[in-house]
Write a protein that binds this ligand. Structure first.
Ligand SMILES: [Zn+2]
Length: 243
């Protein structure tokens, strides 16, 4: 920046560089909690899926227990009826009892069929639940990993902020207080850009053409000159020179 021949202007440009970087970092930090939130939402979803799969599986287990207990009752009823056979006196009673046994045996066979179907369903539900468990484990792992990265980023940005602030306070001390107040006012009013360069006789802040006399003054980079239109502080940057 040896084309700037005014100390205060040079310091202003440097302060603004710091302020622009500070604003960028603050903006980046703002987005980080959102990233964690969306990662958390994805984990929440897979945990809900697992809870649902577990609930369906547990319900099926309860249903199996109910069927098995009914099956036991049915078997007990059949045994009891069969025990009555030797006590039967008439043919009619005998046929009636056989008919009753056959009906309950049919019930028993239906139950056994239902239990078989349910056992197959249970196998499938168990596989599904295991799959969901796996997804949760993976999501937890990637959530923790991503969270760690984001937190590391956040801390790194904090370190950068501290560095920038300390460099800035070092140069702010060399600043004329009135000009610094003007700069701060402009920074707020002009949305983060108080000092702008002039290129092709145009203010890069508002793109207005600068009168030739003013432009030749700006080119010297010796004084604090304000844009007549947007009131920003102007300096001239030779082409192909990176500040
Ligand atoms: Zn302007």
């Amino acid at each position: 920046m040896d084309f700037i021949h005014n100390d205060q202007l040079l310091i202003l440009i440097q302060i603004q560089e710091k302020d622009v970087s500070i604003a960028e970092i603050v903006e980046k930090q703002k987005n980080l909690p959102e990233i964690i939130k969306s990662l958390r939402a994805s984990l929440d979803k897979s945990q809900q899926d697992l809870a649902e799969a577990t609930r369906v599986y547990d319900d099926a287990i309860k249903e199996r227990k109910t069927f098995e207990s009914t099956l036991k009752d049915t078997e007990a009823r059949i045994t009891k009826l069969k025990e009555k056979i030797p006590e039967i006196k008439t043919n009619k009673e005998y046929h009636a009892l056989l008919k009753e046994i056959t009906t309950i045996e049919q019930e028993k066979s239906d139950l056994e069929e239902k239990i078989l179907i349910l056992l197959e369903k249970l196998d499938e539900l168990k596989v599904k639940r295991t799959e969901k468990e796996q997804v949760v484990k993976e999501d937890e792992k990637s959530f923790m990993k991503e969270k760690e990265i984001v937190e590391k980023d956040y801390n790194q940005l904090n370190e950068m902020l501290k560095d920038l602030e300390s460099h800035k306070s070092g140069i702010v001390m060399q600043m004329d207080s009135k000009l610094l107040a003007e700069y701060n006012r402009l920074m707020t009013a002009k949305k983060g850009l108080a000092v702008v360069s002039v290129q092709g006789e145009h203010c890069l802040g508002c793109h207005m053409r600068i009168p030739p006399q003013v432009f030749s003054e700006i080119k010297k980079n010796e004084k604090i000159i304000y844009c007549l239109n947007c009131k920003r502080i102007l300096y001239w940057q030779p082409q192909n020179v990176v500040s």
